[in-house]
Ligand binder design. Structure first.
Ligand SMILES: [Zn+2]
Length: 80
């Protein structure tokens, strides 16, 4: 069941890297989230999950709400 999230509610994601055969090569070392305001990815720490934060990127600084859980992009690759 996939519900669309409100725009300001972000899913932190661990991005998987795949080799040419489609096999999982390695995971990113950190969580990232995509800011809906500036369209940039930024690193997310575990203690930021479920928190209201401010986009850390220059020239953005908009308020964001992070989901309290992490999306595993390796098992849930739904391209928008
Ligand atoms: Zn931003």
């Amino acid at each position: 069941m996939t519900e669309p999230y409100p725009e300001q509610r972000l899913c932190p994601v661990i991005w998987g890297h795949f080799d040419d055969n489609g096999a999982l090569d390695h995971w990113d070392a950190h969580l990232t989230a995509l800011c809906p305001h500036c369209g940039q990815r930024f690193p997310v720490r575990d203690d930021m999950l479920g928190q209201q934060i401010v986009c850390p990127l220059d020239s953005c600084g908009k308020a964001l709400q992070l989901n309290p859980f992490v999306v595993d992009s390796g098992k849930n690759r739904s391209e928008a």
